[in-house]
Design a protein around this ligand. Sequence first.
Ligand SMILES: [Zn+2]
Length: 123
Amino acid sequence: MNNYDFKMTKLGRDGYILYNEEERDIKIYWEASGVLKYNIIFSTLNLKKWSDTPGIEINIEKQLEILHRLRKWLKENKIKSNIEPPKKIIVTDQHCHWKNCKDNKIEGSAFCLKHFDFNLLVQ
Ligand SMILES: [Zn+2]
């Protein structure tokens, strides 16, 4: 059994996905996509705070875990979005553009795979 779930709410052309984990939640806003490639699009994801503890910041590892759970849930529900990683990951011989990162970037992105994910999140 998962100790978390997602619920999607639609308010016309946009809405939010409520991520719930052990009585706490985060509202993740989305809007309908104008392109065929995606069903919905997210702007930069704000996974920094639980709604009941706005003064406390969620650490980056936890934010990434929620991002990966969200991707999995979207995939299971056949919802295409702009937060999917590239289908085929090819590491180039050029450096990742993230500050102080020593890894090489992946094809089609300015970042390595880890920073590709970081870049989807509000910093
Ligand atoms: Zn990097």
